[in-house]
Ligand binder design. Structure first.
Ligand code: UTP
Length: 296
């Protein structure tokens, strides 16, 4: 059966975005007109995902509410002559089945994925981080490509990678390709936040994965690493060291990963999406030009 199940971890505390994230999930922060996690869900639906499990945690109920069908709001828009706004709620009717589970202690991304095991069971699945958008100008199909490669090969994992400037490798998990790092390549290793001179490539993990359920056994055996958290990267490295096949897929030329996990990349993401807004983008651009020229 084709992979149609996705796990979206949204349980992290988002401490790098305090105070913004004190009482609201970072996955619900606005980027242009939508909250981050809505872009993620729409991307997954477009790529053939039909069932989606959120791994949530304390203070994250806004995410559950966002994906409910709000009949009261729909009726209110109809009754008050605001039918044109109903299109803004079209995402509620995506052909998706939602599931929710809790990560009761925030022990890292790897642990959040492990919390999905009782629901995922023995099927293969996608992991898409709830705080990262793949866009902006392409409606990303990378997850669909990753599923196709996963199904066509005997890989146990397929990971999306984005080319980053050489000086930025220090922030990411970086691929060591076995075979040159073409559009689809086999991973020889994955190095977490290497120095600029030690980095084996400039291909950074881009927050989308396809896994065989074998990953759960590896996550259970992964000792806590940095900050006492169970790191997904460590489990993937164990897979590779065991001789299991792990593939990398590059993002398309017009696709980029927008990480909403820290203020620098959040501000950049918001600015780019707002500038691309069909209604207000041009006015914002003029305003920014004025600011930059010191006219305002
Ligand atoms: P991050 O690696 O950015 O961690 O999460 P974080 O804890 O949310 O943020 P900081 O470091 O405190 O600022 C990447 C994705 O993994 C989820 C987050 O919700 C986010 O979507 N995550 C992270 C979990 O679900 N559980 C965790 O324990 C950690």
């Amino acid at each position: 059966m084709a992979v149609d199940f996705a796990v979206v971890p949204v349980a992290g505390r988002g401490t790098r975005l305090l105070p913004l994230t004190k009482s609201q999930p970072k996955e619900m922060l606005p980027v242009g007109r939508k909250p981050v996690v809505q872009y993620v869900v729409e991307e997954l639906a477009r790529c053939g995902i039909g069932r989606l499990l959120f791994v949530t945690g304390p203070g994250k109920t806004a995410i559950e509410n966002h994906f409910d069908i709000d009949v009261e709001l729909i009726n209110n828009l109809r009754e008050t002559g605001k039918e044109e706004l109903l299109t803004e709620l079209a995402f509620e009717r995506e052909d998706l089945e939602y599931f929710y589970t809790r990560q009761r202690r925030q022990l890292g991304l790897g642990h959040a994925v492990l919390c999905a095991q009782p629901v995922v069971g023995s099927q293969s699945f996608v992991v898409a981080l709830g705080d990262s958008i793949i866009g902006l100008h392409a409606q990303s199909e990378v997850v669909r490509t990753m599923i196709e490669k996963y199904e066509a090969t005997r890989a146990v994992a397929v990971i999306a990678f984005e080319e980053v400037p050489p000086e930025d490798v220090i922030h990411y998990g970086i691929a060591q390709p076995r075979d040159g790092g073409h559009e689809v390549f086999e991973l020889g290793d994955l190095i977490e936040k290497p120095g600029v001179n030690e980095a084996p490539s400039n291909l950074a993990v881009a927050s989308r994965y396809v896994f065989s359920p074998a990953i759960f056994d590896y996550l259970k055996r992964t000792p806590p690493g940095k900050a006492d958290e169970i790191q997904l990267t460590d489990a993937i490295r164990m897979l590779i060291r065991d001789g299991r096949k792990v593939l990398g897929v590059r993002l398309g030329a017009d696709e980029r990963r927008f990480d909403i996990g820290n203020f620098e990349s959040y501000f950049l993401a918001f600015a780019e999406f707002a500038l691309a807004d069909p209604q207000y983008g041009a006015a914002l651009k003029n305003h920014l030009k004025g600011l930059l020229q010191g006219a305002r």
